[in-house]
Design a protein around this ligand. Sequence first.
Ligand SMILES: C[S@@+](CC[C@H](N)C(=O)[O-])C[C@H]1O[C@@H](n2cnc3c(N)ncnc32)[C@H](O)[C@@H]1O
Length: 233
Amino acid sequence: MFFALRNRAQACFLADLNTELVNLWRVVQQEPKAFWDHIQPYFKRQGEDAYYVVRDESPDHHLERAARFFYLNQTAWNGLWRENQRGVFNVPWGARDFRGVDVDFLSAVSLALQDVTIRETDFRDAAKNTERGDFIYFDPPYLPISDTSKFAGYNGKRFRKNDLEELADLCKHLTKRGVHWMVSNRDNEHIREIFSHATVVPFTTRRSVAAQSKRHVQPKDSPEVVVVGGPKS
Ligand SMILES: C[S@@+](CC[C@H](N)C(=O)[O-])C[C@H]1O[C@@H](n2cnc3c(N)ncnc32)[C@H](O)[C@@H]1O
């Protein structure tokens, strides 16, 4: 969404609660060359054994943290970032090689991020900065399909049902304040109910879901929605 709209927007603001994701975006924004240097050693760390060694590491330096996050994103199961309640990354190996990134592509991404404000903050706080005529896109975590689902959230700070309900309320207020907004999430009765004040557009998309083995994924049609709202033009 950000890259699609970057050239049409006067000012952009990116926010997430994941400390490592925010660190990576900032490093790509401010130090792309140093980031490039820091990912090079990971080409020698391919395969399952190397993955678990990297997974167990916890570097302090922001460039090393960004490189490790990027490596794990490319090699973890399904590219997933998930932490347990103690904030420890716990995704199994995805049976994929580290591929790195094309240097020209990295430069283009860094350029697109210039003059963008990147903050580690909650969506409620991020939405406070919006003014009449702005557009804000929310891509919140999907709630577990069932109470017994093992998926505990992207980070130690879990996104719960009441967070989604507060987001729906917040969107209602954004509409009243003249702010355009969009939310994407899973299609179900709950989402349709809490966003009954807006336009819900259902669609299906191919998603990779866990098969019998944790390491293998199967594509499956997943019911999704985009919900849109804001002042009528
Ligand atoms: C479906 S992912 C979206 C990822 C993002 N769109 C991207 O492409 O990198 C959901 C994101 O919501 C973030 N998140 C979870 N709870 C949050 C909160 N209360 N406020 C802001 N972000 C939150 C997670 O850290 C995760 O990165």
